[in-house]
Design a protein. Structure first.
Length: 301
């Protein structure tokens, strides 16, 4: 089959939708399909049957980025004749769309609910454009099927856009057992903890994200400050940040000054990879509560 995959950034070094698209393209190509990747940027693997098409996109402005990519991608896609066009980002010219993080309408409703100015949240031009494109994808009739990775996303499609269940396929994310397995932990645990200056009897909390703000890093900082106010000691655990450096340095310094944890107790690394952590920190960006920390069922100290 001749298949087009559409994603803004096609990368084997990132997770989320970018990493999903990368692995999907490689596997489909290895199965003998002709895969055309439409993206603004990519990590180009040497793989037979994989072809790249650069989609122009204005990166200087969030609004222009949101408008320019689907417009230019649609124009380029019409020039090709594909058996299937699989959209992995907001684009109107597609047969199958994969939804991995819920619909924008839901998250805007959540933000507005906890904002003192909900009208401004809903009427922000960027959000209005986002909702317009989203509605066109889910109700415009061009897209025939939707792939979701959770019951949450399936529920969003039904609740907010009335998409019938027989057009939604629930496909959970797979796990690469070559990268994530107990042997990897045994091989790298001691070395990585030593490189980060974390003692073996200390608990390490890891935040891994390419978008710390969206994934609730501010909530984790607030939780650390709350622990400090309750008199929790920082000597028995450390916090690691991997991926993009955390933004909002002022907020981070404020949390430090409130005694949530000492500067010696903060571990930051933009290159290190820690295969397993002692705690999982569920992302939370609402203002109603901070992220709750809970022991991971599969984690070990």
């Amino acid at each position: 089959m001749k298949i087009a995959l559409v994603i803004k950034d096609f990368s084997g070094r990132r997770g989320g939708g970018e990493g999903y698209a990368f692995r999907l393209a490689l596997e489909l190509a290895r199965l003998g399909h002709e895969i055309h990747v439409y993206a603004n940027s990519w990590d180009k693997p040497e793989e037979e049957g994989l072809f790249y098409h650069r989609v122009p996109m204005v990166r200087r402005s969030s609004m222009l980025k949101l408008i320019s990519f689907p417009r230019n991608a649609g124009r380029l896609l019409k020039e090709g004749r594909f058996d299937v066009i699989n959209g992995l980002t907001q684009v109107l010219e597609q047969d199958v769309f994969r939804l991995g993080g819920g619909v924008a309408k839901h998250w805007l409703d959540v933000r507005a609910r906890f904002s003192p100015f909900p009208f401004l949240i809903r009427m922000r031009p960027l959000n209005l454009i986002n909702l317009f494109i989203e509605r066109r994808i889910f109700t415009g009739g061009r897209c025939r099927r939707f792939i979701v990775n959770s019951k949450l996303c399936r529920g969003h499609l039904k609740k907010y856009y009335g998409v019938p269940g027989d057009r939604i396929d629930l496909v959970y994310n797979g796990v690469d057992t070559e990268r994530f397995n107990p042997e990897v932990v045994r091989r790298h645990r001691a070395e990585m903890r030593a490189a980060l200056g974390v003692k073996d009897d200390e608990m390490l909390v890891l935040t891994a994200s390419s978008n710390p703000k969206r994934k609730g890093l501010g909530s984790i900082i607030a939780a650390l400050a709350a622990l400090g106010r309750r008199g929790e000691k920082s000597s028995s655990w450390q916090w690691g940040v991997t991926g993009s450096p955390p933004s909002g340095g002022g907020r981070r310094r404020s949390a430090l000054e409130r005694g949530s944890f000492s500067r010696d107790g903060l571990v930051e690394s933009s290159a290190a990879t820690v295969p397993r952590t002692s705690l999982s920190c569920p992302p939370c960006t609402t203002r109603s509560r901070t992220s709750a920390w809970r022991p991971s069922r599969r984690a070990s100290r």
